[in-house]
Design a protein around this ligand. Structure first.
Ligand code: GLN
Length: 288
């Protein structure tokens, strides 16, 4: 309580920042200083130079109060992105809420791989679309493609639709348990399905295990549940020569590749993320 008072009483910008850093460090937030700064910039509409150049300036009481509230949330390990309400991905700003997984940098590798094969006018299906970050990025960096995103969660789809509206992209979002309500054929199917084995979820950082949607993380017993289902059905929804792209957990490359091979995919390729870990698997459906 004492500290809360300190934070809201006529503090300078720098003092508030230092207070935020201490509070987050006490709560063992990994990037305490970075998060303290980003939250302060959000409430004060400033950028990183402000701390260096105008750190002695006072902060409006109203902004101090908001900052105190934000720091309080972050101390509870609520991810920074849920507090801010957005995350950058592929150079675009995506709205996020606790109903969707926060877009990850690793997933940009998936989008970039798809982009190598994507031609104007193709039909793309994003299975388990979440915030819509994969599909909407692909639409952003191509012309005249037709995009369909599906997810089992209505609440996630509401976020994806809002992102499409803000980014001015035309896409169709369908509530569907995997392929259940999907019609038609696609040139590309892309998916970052839930892939963490249930028993591993408990070992993840509190930001993830306590705040991100369990349904977007849980790949059931071996983490492969959704890959197996998607691979089997995907062949019915791809044009001959169409391609299936997955983001995978770093230990799943072999199992997912094998599953795709058994289903008749060819030219199966594994790509690494920026940390050098296996992160993407893709293959092409046979012409016959
Ligand atoms: N496709 C979304 C993303 O990559 C959501 C993935 C998920 O919910 N597992 O962020």
């Amino acid at each position: 309580m004492k500290q809360v008072k300190r934070a809201v009483k006529n503090n300078s910008y720098r003092e508030l920042y230092q207070w935020g850093c201490e509070e987050l460090a006490i709560a063992k937030i990994e990037e305490a200083a970075l998060d303290a700064r980003l939250l302060l910039e959000e409430v004060c509409h400033t950028d990183r130079n402000y701390l260096l150049v105008h750190g002695d300036n006072p902060v409006l009481e109203e902004q101090s109060l908001s900052y105190t509230a934000y720091i309080g949330q972050r101390k509870k390990h609520i991810p920074l992105q849920y507090i801010l309400g957005y995350q950058e991905f592929m150079g675009l700003r995506f709205k996020v809420s606790p109903d969707v997984l926060i877009p990850r940098q690793d997933t940009e590798v998936l989008v970039e791989e798809v982009m190598r094969y994507l031609h104007d006018g193709m039909r793309i299906l994003d299975m388990c679309t979440g915030s819509g970050c994969i599909l909407l990025s692909l639409l952003q960096y191509s012309n005249d493609c037709i995009g369909v995103g599906c997810d089992i969660s209505d609440k996630a789809l509401a976020v994806a639709k809002e992102n499409a509206r803000v980014l001015n992209k035309e896409a169709t979002f369908i509530q569907s348990d995997l392929f259940e309500k999907i019609d038609g054929k696609f040139d590309i199917i892309v998916s970052n399905p839930p892939y963490i084995p249930t028993s591993v979820i408990d070992t993840l950082m509190p930001e993830v295990k306590e705040h991100e949607p369990f349904g977007a993380l849980d790949g059931k017993e071996d983490g492969l549940f959704f890959y197996k289902k998607i691979v089997l059905r995907s062949v019915d929804y791809l044009q001959p020569g169409g391609m299936l792209f997955f983001e995978i957990g770093c230990e799943q490359a072999e199992a997912v590749s094998e599953c795709m091979r058994e289903a008749g995919y060819r030219d199966i390729t594994v790509c690494k993320d920026l940390a050098g870990l296996d992160r993407v698997v893709y293959g092409t459906k046979n012409i016959f």
